[in-house]
Design a protein around this ligand. Structure first.
Ligand SMILES: C[S@@+](CC[C@H](N)C(=O)[O-])C[C@H]1O[C@@H](n2cnc3c(N)ncnc32)[C@H](O)[C@@H]1O
Length: 289
């Protein structure tokens, strides 16, 4: 029996990663602090740019040996630091995609000196050419109207028409607003829809997914729901409690995760990113209040 598989460790990922044997995880799927000044109950999102990039390089070098030879890594980032971090990763892995997550932020004011930012950047990297990737598991079915429009004889039996289409690299999936039933008590929780897509595409059934920065535990919940194993870390004990409740709820409908009632937080309290090249505009990495 492994002492690390399907465990969430409430500790610093940098030291905790030593618990995991090398070459034992199929997928690293992570959403680290973006360094935009968010309050995660610690100062992990409020470093100087130099410190943030040095820390990023350090955890990447600690986590990468954990990947199997045909494993993959997906990383959520802000456009502010994705150029530097993608260069870092391209020295170590092969970049397959830059996926844009369009958070479907409604139009409401925003920046007046630049274009309002409404997306997160997701880098998809692999170790080797024979990496695991199951497109059929994540195809999007065509709707009846499109299928009908393709009913001419040349399309009959076409595999792509029956199986659905490749989700492409622009994912328009709404962020989890305050009233969303999936919402947990975490400011930058990601939707299960996109995390499960990544898990199904890049981790074989029964495989292992690692997330060093679990937050509310979306990666672990997605892995469990999809029949994969998980392991991960989270610094904040309050978020660790949320993760535990969400994981219990996966196979126990009688004990659903219930988000505690929270007072609406004033948006003005947001901090700006430290020296990130301009003030952080309202709406960037949308605070999920
Ligand atoms: C962007 S959030 C992850 C959100 C997550 N994807 C979700 O859907 O809920 C990043 C998380 O990393 C945690 N964190 C920051 N530094 C850490 C460290 N050194 N080790 C473990 N967790 C850390 C923060 O407390 C925060 O909850």
């Amino acid at each position: 029996m492994s002492d690390w598989l399907n465990q969430v460790f409430c500790e610093d990922a940098l030291s905790g990663l030593a618990r995991i044997p090398d070459a034992s995880v199929d997928l690293i799927l992570t959403d680290p602090p973006y360094n935009l000044g968010k309050d995660y109950g610690n100062d992990s999102d409020q470093r100087s740019v130099a410190d943030y990039l040095a820390w990023t390089e350090q955890w990447i070098d600690t986590a990468l040996p954990k990947l199997t030879a045909n494993g993959s890594l997906y990383i959520f980032l802000t456009w502010r630091f994705s150029p530097e971090i993608f260069v870092m990763l391209k020295k170590r892995l092969t970049m397959m995609n830059e996926i844009i997550w369009d958070r479907r932020v409604p139009s409401m004011g925003g920046s007046v000196r630049s274009f309002t930012s409404v997306h997160d950047t997701v880098g998809f990297f692999v170790k080797r050419k024979d990496y695991y990737f199951d497109l059929d598991a994540i195809r999007i079915p065509y709707d009846a109207e499109t299928k009908k429009a393709r009913s001419r004889s040349i399309f009959v039996g076409a595999k792509w028409l029956e199986l659905g289409y490749n989700p492409k690299d622009l994912w328009s999936v709404s962020r989890l607003h305050r009233e969303h039933p999936e919402r947990a008590d975490h400011p930058t929780q990601k939707p299960l829809e996109i995390i499960e897509r990544i898990v199904k595409a890049s981790c074989p059934p029964g495989g292992v997914v690692l997330d060093p920065f679990l937050g509310s535990g979306t990666t672990a919940v997605a892995a469990k729901r999809c029949g994969r194993n998980y392991v991960g870390f989270e610094l904040n004990p309050d978020y660790c409690a949320v993760i535990e409740q969400r994981l219990v709820a996966v196979d126990n409908p009688a004990r659903p995760y219930v988000r505690p009632k929270v007072e609406k937080r004033p948006r003005a309290s947001k901090k700006a990113a430290p020296a990130a090249g301009g003030a952080v505009e309202q709406g960037e990495n949308f605070e999920l209040i």
